[in-house]
Design a protein around this ligand. Structure first.
Ligand code: SAJ
Length: 406
C-alpha cells in the first residue's frame, strides 16, 4: 500500500478488531484504539476479548508481526476508521456521542489529505454533521480531508469471511472522498464496492436491518395468528414459500442482538410520522417475546390445575440466535427472566449449550433438562436440540423456534 501507510481504528469491538487484524494482515501499520485498558492489554498480548471464529489467529499474527498495536490513545495516521457503538437512548433516539468522542480524540492529529471514515451504524446526516464538527474545530483543514461513510454488514459468527467477501456501500460527503474511500477498501475487500453519497450509505445500513426486522415481524405475526387459528405456522410458511415469489422468514421468540433490534429505531426516531411499518415491526417483534412468556406461564397454570403439582419447566436456549454464545439483547433471556420473576417456587431448568456458565442462572445439560422437565420451551434452535426425540406423550412441548419442524 503506497498512499496509506498507517491506519488508526477507533473501537476494538466485534467489527473494529477483526477489521484491524485484516488490514494489519496486509502489512499496513494499524493502531487499534479502545477506551478499555483491559481490552488494549489483551490485544497487545496477541489475545482476543470476544468470541469469533478465526479472529484469534488473525489477531495473534497481526500483533506478532508488529503491524497491529493497541492503545488507549490514538496515534497519527493517514486514515482514521470510526467503529464505535451507537446505542439508543431510553426514548429510542440514537446516541451518537461515542462517534463524537472518538472524533474529538483524533481531531488534533488530522492533516491535509487524511481519510476519515465512519463505519458505525448512524442516523442519516451523521457524516455531514461530523464533517461540520471537524471543520469548525479545524477551519484550516476545510475541504482538505476525505470524509466518508461505509457501513459494516457482517454476520456475527462469520465475520472474518464476510469482512473480505461482502460487497460494500461507500458514500463520501463529496465525490473525491467517495473515490478515496473506495481505493482504501479495495486494498482488503474482495466483494464489489458500490459508490454513493454519505446519506444514502447511512440509510442503506438502516434499511438492510429494518428490512429484515419487518420480514421477521411478518413471520412472528403469522405465528400468533396461526396459534389462534389452530394452524401449524411452520407447515404454512413452508407451503407458502413454494410460491416462486414468496419467501417468508422464520418466526421465533423475538428479535435480539445489537443490530436488528436497534437500527430500525434510528429511522423511526427521525421520521416518526412516515415510518409506520418499520415502527410497528419493532413493536410486533418485541411483543412476540412477551407473548411467549405468557404462553409458558399459562401452560404452567394449566399443568398445575390438571396434575395438582407444579411442573418442572425447561428453557432451551438463552442466546439471541441459534448456535452462538452471544446473549446480548436476547429475547430468550428476557422470556426466562419474565417467567422466573412471576414464580419463585417452581423448578426451572435453564439450558444454553454454547456457554459454560452464567452469572445469574445455574445451567443444566440439554439432555438432562429434556428428561426431567414436564414443560419444555424451545427458545433457540441450537443444533444440539435437533437430536432430541420429537414425540413424548408425557411432556408438553412449546416450540417457539421451529426446532421440531425444520
Ligand atoms: N431471526 C428470526 N427469524 C429469522 C431470522 C432471524 O427470528 O428468520 C432473529 C434471530 O433469532 C435473532 C435476530 O433475528 O434474534 C437477528 O438475527 P440475524 O441473524 O437476522 O442478524 P444479526 O443481528 O446477527 O446480524 C444482522 C445482519 N443483517 C442482515 O442480515 C440484514 C448482518 O448482516 C449485519 O451486519 C448485522 O445485523 C449488523 O451488525 O448490523
Amino acid at each position: 500500500m503506497t498512499e496509506l501507510n498507517k491506519v488508526t481504528i477507533l473501537g476494538l469491538g466485534y467489527i473494529g478488531l477483526p477489521t484491524a487484524a485484516l488490514i494489519a494482515g496486509k502489512k499496513v501499520k494499524v493502531n487499534g484504539v479502545d477506551i478499555n485498558e483491559q481490552v488494549v492489554e489483551t490485544i497487545n498480548q496477541g489475545k482476543i476479548h470476544i468470541i469469533e471464529p478465526d479472529l484469534d489467529i488473525a489477531v495473534k499474527d497481526a500483533v506478532l508481526s508488529g503491524f497491529l498495536t493497541a492503545s488507549t490513545k490514538a496515534y497519527e495516521a493517514d486514515c482514521y476508521l470510526i467503529v464505535v457503538p451507537t446505542p439508543f437512548k431510553e426514548n429510542h433516539e440514537p446516541d451518537i456521542s461515542f462517534i463524537y468522542a472518538a472524533t474529538e480524540s483524533i481531531i488534533s492529529l488530522l492533516k491535509p489529505g487524511d481519510l476519515y471514515i465512519i463505519e458505525s451504524t448512524s442516523p442519516v446526516g451523521t457524516t455531514e454533521r461530523i464533517r461540520d464538527f471537524i471543520y469548525e474545530r479545524r477551519p484550516e483543514l476545510k475541504d482538505q480531508l476525505f470524509i466518508a461513510y461505509c457501513p459494516e454488514r457482517v454476520l456475527p459468527g462469520n465475520v472474518m469471511f464476510e469482512l473480505k467477501h461482502n460487497d460494500r456501500v461507500i458514500g463520501g460527503v463529496d465525490e473525491k472522498a467517495t473515490r478515496k474511500a473506495m481505493r482504501f477498501y479495495s486494498y482488503f475487500v474482495h466483494g464489489e464496492l458500490h459508490a454513493t453519497n454519505s446519506r444514502t450509505a447511512e440509510m442503506c445500513k438502516l434499511t438492510e436491518n429494518s428490512s429484515r426486522d419487518v420480514q421477521i415481524a411478518f413471520a412472528n405475526e403469522l405465528s400468533i395468528i396461526c396459534d389462534k387459528a389452530g394452524i401449524d405456522v411452520w407447515e404454512l410458511i413452508r407451503l407458502a414459500n413454494k410460491h416462486p415469489r414468496v419467501n417468508i422468514l422464520q418466526p421465533g421468540c423475538g428479535v435480539g442482538g445489537h443490530c436488528i433490534a436497534v437500527d430500525p429505531w434510528f429511522i423511526v426516531s427521525d421520521y416518526p410520522m412516515e415510518s409506520k411499518i418499520i415502527g410497528n415491526a419493532r413493536e410486533v417483534n418485541n411483543y412476540k417475546s412477551f407473548w411467549c412468556a405468557e404462553k409458558i406461564q399459562n401452560m404452567k397454570l394449566e399443568f398445575e390445575l390438571k396434575n395438582g403439582r407444579k411442573p418442572v419447566v425447561a428453557f432451551m436456549g438463552l442466546s439471541f440466535k441459534a448456535n452462538i454464545d452471544d446473549l446480548r439483547e436476547s429475547p430468550a433471556k428476557y422470556i426466562v427472566q419474565r417467567v422466573l420473576q412471576s414464580d419463585n417456587n417452581s423448578e426451572f431448568l435453564i439450558v444454553e449449550p454454547n456457554i459454560k456458565e452464567h452469572a445469574l442462572y445455574k445451567l443444566t445439560n440439554y439432555q438432562d433438562a429434556y428428561q426431567r422437565a414436564d414443560i419444555i420451551a424451545f427458545l433457540v434452535a441450537h443444533n444440539e436440540f435437533k437430536s432430541l426425540p420429537t414425540a413424548q406423550p408425557d411432556k408438553i412441548i412449546l416450540d417457539f423456534c421451529g426446532i421440531l419442524n425444520n
